[in-house]
Design a protein around this ligand. Sequence first.
Ligand code: MTE
Length: 302
Amino acid sequence: MAKRWINDLSQADITPESTYLNRRQILAGMAGVSVAGLGAASSARASADLTPDSWEVITSYNNFYEFGTGKDDPMKYAGSLTTEPWSIEIDGLVERPGTYALDDILSKMTMEERIYRFRCVEAWSMVVPWNGFELADLLQMAGLKEGAKYVAFETLMRPEEMPGQKYPVLEWPYVEGLRLDEAMHPLTLMATGIYGKPIPNQNGAPIRLVVPWKYGFKSIKSIVRITLTEGEPPTSWNRANPREYGFYSNVNPTVDHPRWSQATERTIGGGLFAKRKPTLMFNGYEKEVASLYEGMDLRTHY
Ligand code: MTE
């Protein structure tokens, strides 16, 4: 099994939120625990670079085209989405295909907090304290069959609750994909919470993918299906515009988007007039993930 990734940040040092809950504690009806209590476990090395943005910033500037194309559409309209009960169908090249209830999945997973920088292809970024579990653990639960080389993901299709799906802005449902080694990497997270609270609808409730070294659009929201495949699966943005969006979509300051530079980023929490920051290779996770792409030309495989 993949080596677990150790978060070297101390939540106690950097969180601006005062109370902290994780999904299971909420489900169990427990009261909030203090920030210091949760932070104590991780080794203290606060980084100014990874100071989480506020709950307000994280939940009010979103891309979730199922609810409209404006940044505040998800906040305004995602409330209509019913997220309970929820299950995920896991099929394709797995030993134990089936419909897995989310609550059953969560009861078997090791929940962790991970503070990741999130870099959007539109050249803005924010820092989010996610709560979730490693995708690798879920894939192990279903059991990988020989021949599985890719993982395909699918978002819920429910136009009655997701009004954007009535318009052909993208081909619905939203789909994404990872190579199996990317999916099994310990940085790759299935998130169910932010700041210890259940993930808000606009951020992909009740469960979404987070791949911190890739542009934000790879992090598919409100997942209902995961399929292990032999061939490279289609992805929504590549389908929509293959010249601009490739399968890999690794954050790479040296490969520009055809219409704008990817060398710098605007931090959403810093406001409109904040100085742009240089974008880091693989969004700052180069040490952890560069080996996955050894020998590949990242200009061709963008
Ligand atoms: N997932 C679905 N189902 N639909 C979407 O429109 N947008 C993607 C990604 N996941 C999207 C999606 C894009 S473009 C980005 S930048 C991130 O979600 C935004 O995540 P956030 O709103 O939590 O910041």
